[in-house]
Design a protein around this ligand. Structure first.
Ligand SMILES: Cc1cc2nc3c(=O)[nH]c(=O)nc-3n(C[C@H](O)[C@H](O)[C@H](O)COP(=O)(O)OP(=O)(O)OC[C@H]3O[C@@H](n4cnc5c(N)ncnc54)[C@H](O)[C@@H]3O)c2cc1C
Length: 269
């Protein structure tokens, strides 16, 4: 087996253009290695993505925030630009696995692994992120571009967002339900609300009815019942007949309460 470690995008492009045999792209390996325990490495080449500076940067480019595919969850959670403009994503990354997993695992690996419980996915969908790829078939993700919200003003309002995750344990847990929401605060109320549900279907999805419950509100506690009910209806529509349906319908109230609380804190402080 050949191990290739490109040190630039150009070297990566050259490595990807080499078509001989089966290739594995490797980033933090937190998904790859558990899947290989007791199994042979059925590959001819491994391309290590972790020594390419362009894939590790978080930078503003043309009204977008570019997040390189090899940025770790810890790096994203601690980044000031992500915290300022895309707080829900920072919160999601801060809840991935354990310290060790967050220090190794990358956003590109999280998306490419395509688990329905991947914690970054609801936020990337919420913020309208576009993938950037390289390779003849677009097989390697180089990063994600997230459109920056308008800077806060009386007209545009102040952008806010929040993420909540429900699992079987408090830490190092696979998500049973994820909820990500964004809005702008205008005249002391929530405006242009969007809500994305994750881990409650094959892929995350927008929940328009739940967003409508919060639109124009101050995220008051009384909205919890109708907000959770709208989310439960969306879950039912996406996983009808699934054995976990009854649990998820009822359990969604927890993340719903957390999102309401986080948004109300943004409104009042
Ligand atoms: C103990 C433990 C706890 C975990 N907890 C969580 C959790 O709470 N939430 C969560 O979402 N995940 C969790 N995970 C899963 C995993 O850590 C994440 O999905 C992580 O982001 C994967 O990134 P990686 O860099 O380690 O990917 P890798 O393991 O290197 O790769 C994963 C897959 O993606 C492909 N790949 C990697 N980078 C790219 C790229 N740039 N372009 C194309 N393909 C690529 C690889 O070929 C492979 O198929 C956990 C894993 C473990 C072991």
């Amino acid at each position: 087996m050949i191990f290739v470690r490109p040190a630039s995008i150009i070297e990566l492009a050259a490595a990807l253009a080499e078509k001989e045999g089966k290739t594995i792209l490797a980033a933090g390996c937190t998904d790859i290695l558990p899947g290989k325990i007791g199994r042979p490495w059925d590959a001819d080449r491994i391309i290590d993505l972790t020594h390419i500076p362009e894939l590790q940067q978080i930078a503003v480019e043309n009204n977008e925030l570019f997040i390189g595919s090899c940025c770790t969850h810890a790096q994203i959670a601690e980044n000031g630009l992500v915290q300022k403009y895309f707080k829900a994503l920072a919160e999601a990354c801060a809840q991935v696995g354990s310290v060790q997993i967050r220090n190794r695992g990358t956003i590109g690996g999280n998306v490419a692994n395509a688990s329905p419980a991947a914690d970054t996915m609801p936020c990337l969908i919420l913020f309208g992120a576009e993938r950037e790829v390289i390779g003849e078939n677009g097989e390697c993700i180089t990063g994600f571009c997230l459109p920056l919200p308008e800077d806060p003003s009386a007209d545009s309002g102040t952008p806010v967002s929040a993420f909540a995750k429900l699992g079987d344990r408090d830490i190092v847990t696979v998500a049973r339900i994820q909820l990500a929401a964004k809005s702008v605060i205008k005249d002391g109320r929530l405006s242009a609300v969007s809500v994305v549900l994750g881990a409650a279907g094959q892929t995350p999805y927008f929940c328009e009815e739940a967003a409508q419950v919060l639109e124009g509100s101050r995220a008051e506690e009384e909205l919890l019942e109708p907000f959770a009910a709208a989310l439960a209806e969306a879950i039912e529509a996406h996983i009808p007949g699934r054995t976990t349906l009854a649990y998820k319908r009822s359990a969604v109230k927890g993340p719903a309460a957390e999102i309401l609380k986080k948004l109300s804190l943004e409104l009042y402080y």
